[in-house]
Design a protein around this ligand. Structure first.
Ligand code: GLN
Ligand code: ZN
Length: 762
């Protein structure tokens, strides 16, 4: 019999209950008991959903109050000194402080832990901080409590923990001399304790996530895997090592031979690896095949997948498990919740709940191939797949013709940066160290309400435009009073930097409830690309021109770039990513040119997700970087020399891709740096970034307001790497998640810092 299991389920709830409860807790509107009750109900619901779909082994440990890596850090007692509660046990407050920083409004106490992307997803985790003499102690019982909770509910559970090597790999030591692997011997006994406690609770299997096995690993780390698992094998429980987000490649033999009881591999990202694995896998081991895509929303092609499973089953028989490719954390919760999608589109999609059913159906197709529901489901899957390939809703000859007509010239600015920048300086007339922001200002409750009312038809278009104009006017006034140099309109009219544009393009479809967690309580609702893409008409001109009409300062037009549009959408699976990026680039190019024609002198094209698209394996980087850079240039290169193109990237540790970033040839780039104390600027030691740059001087992901001297210090650090004539002053990212008082306070300190440095330097 083939067994089904799930690697993890989305924790936010189909109505984002967790987000709402967390936020209410943070502002004191919900007490801890209330928050815990919401968590309990969500876990219960999610186990029920998976079990009702027919999943046999249910995950525990996939629930987290903020982030699963943070939860794991707490469990192991990896709590930086600055967050250790005095005379108290670690508590929920400790956890939220580590995630959000401690702030009593304007007097700050401690920086939040660094946050970064979880592999190549848009999920962010809290980077564990190891001290040189890091000790590990079991400090947080959540996993055990949840296992007990699930068992009390009568569930057959498989707890999920982050593996020791992946955990160390993800963490950081401030002191560069500390080798993280030196911590392994101290860390491993904790896994022994954890597994013992799980065994005492009656657990049989534990899932140990080791996704770093799909990365290029240094030899030392490969060796460490062997050593570590040779120790772990003596611990209780049956162990399933889970790998996902890519193929094992050179780590395949290592992974297959680890002394554990099972291995999970991702066959969506790396479909071919099962054949080799089947050869390598020791005969005592379970092989879990991740065949249903946990990272996209399309229905699984059941027949195609079944062929792989049938072949594997011949070899493995009862040792075959069926699963999603990775945790379902990265997919929306329930397609059934969608009441506005048309039937045809809906028939092409599957969210977490439906994916569980697909997994069960695939297993059943092996276990009981003749069951009538199996036969019917396979027939239906085939019809749906065929209908899609033929659908005229998908293939657009006009778009395809425009793509075919692109020439090399289309992605080249007319002159080199060194020539055009002088023209821009004359045209813009900005001071040294120009100050600006990344685009959005606080999305207040009233803005969101106005948008909702408009969408619900309760506000007329005229009323809506008037309300947005008044927000824009307010943002412009605030910026003028603060003394910022390059202004923005504030993005009040935008729900989301991708959705806003996607809604105006042909070829996207939207869900109402397709939320996916991005970090903490922050969720995103990626739009779905389902057909060839085009721009029917101008998208932003009226708003930007209105903003420009209110001020004599330079107003920056604000667009989202093709790579980010793609990375933060659910892409098609029937067309290559690079062609989808090119289609988007042409649409955005038209918008850039319309902005220029309307008199806008600076256009920022955000590529927040540029680095996110990097394949996990180095060997595949250049191919991606080439098409991604090309797509950006295609959308940015139509303008005159005088028009300044900005781009923005967040969370970009781009030391290793700096050449491609430079090749994008944006006149100015603003980047994230403040959380890591400008460490990112190390990239500029070896490579002279040729164009202008604004390293973020304060972290907008935390409510903490930095003071001017702190910002001045960061700027001084930056001047050591970047010539001051090419330096801009700006926050890390957009301010839409902040509120106005802290935004004004922080920006005023930022302007003060820039002015102070200007005085010192001139
Ligand atoms: N312009 C966007 C904003 O300010 C950029 C956001 C982002 O980079 N994530 O919100
Ligand atoms: Zn950003």
């Amino acid at each position: 019999m083939v067994i089904t299991h799930s690697l993890g389920f989305p924790r936010i709830g189909r109505d984002r209950e967790l987000k709402k409860a967390q936020e209410a807790f943070w502002i004191g509107e919900l007490d801890e008991a209330g928050l815990r009750a919401v968590g309990h109900n969500l876990r219960k619901t999610h186990w029920d959903l998976q079990k009702n779909a027919g999943i046999e082994l249910l995950p525990v440990g996939d629930f987290a109050w903020y982030d699963q890596v943070l939860t794991h850090s707490l469990m192991l007692g990896v709590i930086p000194e600055r967050f250790k509660p005095v005379n108290e046990k670690v508590n929920l407050q400790t956890m939220f402080s580590m995630a959000r920083g401690i702030s009593d409004r304007y007097c700050d106490i401690a920086h939040a832990q660094e946050m970064t992307k979880w592999f190549d997803t848009n999920y962010h985790y809290l980077v564990p901080e190891f001290s040189a003499d890091q000790q590990f102690h079991l400090s947080w019982d959540q996993l055990f409590e949840e296992v007990r909770e699930a068992r009390d509910l009568g569930h057959n559970v498989k707890p999920v923990v982050i593996g020791p090597l992946t955990y160390l790999w993800l963490g950081k030591t401030k002191n560069k001399d500390v080798n993280k692997l030196d911590l392994l011997n101290r860390l491993l006994p904790l896994y022994g304790h954890i597994f013992q406690r799980l065994a005492d609770l009656g657990v049989e299997w534990v899932q140990i996530d080791e996704p770093i096995l799909v990365l290029d690993l240094p030899q030392k780390w490969k060796n460490a895997f062997e050593c570590a698992y040779n120790i772990i094998k003596h611990n209780p429980l049956k162990k399933l090592v889970a790998t996902y987000f890519g193929g094992l490649e050179d780590n395949l033999s290592l992974a297959a031979n680890l002394p554990v009881d099972g291995l999970h591999i991702d066959l969506v990202r790396a479909p071919d690896q099962y054949l080799t694995i089947l050869d390598y896998l020791p005969s005592y081991k379970v092989l879990s095949l991740g065949v249903v895509n946990g990272r996209n929303v399309w229905r699984c092609d059941l027949e195609k997948t079944l062929a792989i499973l049938r072949y594997s089953y011949k070899k493995l028989e009862n040792r075959l498990w069926v699963a999603p490719s990775c945790s379902l954390l990265h997919s929306p919760v329930d397609l059934e919740r969608e009441d506005k999608l048309d039937c045809e589109l809906k028939s092409w999609l599957a969210f977490a709940v439906q994916k569980c059913s697909e997994i069960v159906l695939l297993a059943q197709a092996i276990n009981q191939p003749d069951a009538p529901n199996v036969v019917a489901a396979l027939a239906e899957s085939r019809t749906t797949q065929e209908a899609r390939t033929k659908s005229t809703r998908i293939h657009k000859p006009a778009v395809q013709a425009r793509i075919a007509a692109i020439t090399a010239k289309d992605s080249q600015r007319h002159t080199l940066f060194s020539q055009r920048i002088n023209k821009q300086h004359i045209s813009l007339n900005l001071p040294l160290l120009p100050t600006t922001t990344i685009g959005s200002f606080p999305q207040t409750a009233s803005i969101r309400l106005t948008r909702q009312s408009y969408k619900a038809g309760k506000l007329s278009e005229e009323e809506y435009v008037e309300a947005m104009h008044s927000e824009i006017k307010h943002a412009v006034e605030v910026q003028e009073n603060l003394g910022l140099d390059v202004l923005v309109h504030g993005e009040a009219e935008r729900n989301d930097m991708v959705e806003y544009f996607a809604e105006q393009l042909d070829g996207y479809v939207f869900t109402s409830f397709g939320w996916v967690q991005s970090y903490g309580s922050r969720c995103v609702k990626p739009a779905i690309i389902f057909s060839d893409l085009s721009r029917p008409k101008a998208m932003t001109i009226e708003w930007i021109c209105y903003a420009q009409s209110l001020t004599s300062k330079v107003m920056k037009g604000m667009l989202t770039g093709p790579v980010t549009m793609l990375m933060w959408s659910f892409p098609r699976e029937d067309l290559s990513l690079e062609v989808q990026a090119r289609q988007l680039a042409l649409a955005i190019r038209d918008e850039v040119l319309d902005l220029e024609a309307a008199g806008i002198k600076i256009v920022q094209i955000d590529e927040a997700a540029f680095r996110e698209g990097l394949p996990l394996r180095k060997a595949k980087w250049q191919y991606y970087l080439d098409w991604a850079t090309e797509a950006f240039r295609l959308c940015a290169s139509g303008v005159r020399d005088e028009t300044q193109i900005h781009t923005h990237m967040c969370y970009s540790e781009f030391n290793d891709v700096i050449k491609s970033i430079a090749a994008m040839d944006a006149d100015v780039i603003t980047i994230e740096t403040s959380r890591s104390d400008m460490e990112l600027l190390d990239a500029f030691k070896a490579f002279t970034y040729p164009n202008e740059i604004g390293p973020g001087v304060y972290d907008i992901h935390s409510p903490r307001v930095p003071d001017a001297s702190e910002i001045t210090n960061l700027l001084r650090k930056a001047t050591k790497r970047i010539p001051v004539e090419r330096l801009w002053v700006n926050p890390d990212c957009g301010l839409k998640t902040r509120d106005w008082p802290e935004t004004k306070a922080a920006l005023s300190h930022m302007v003060t810092a820039a002015r102070q440095l200007r005085c010192e330097l001139t």
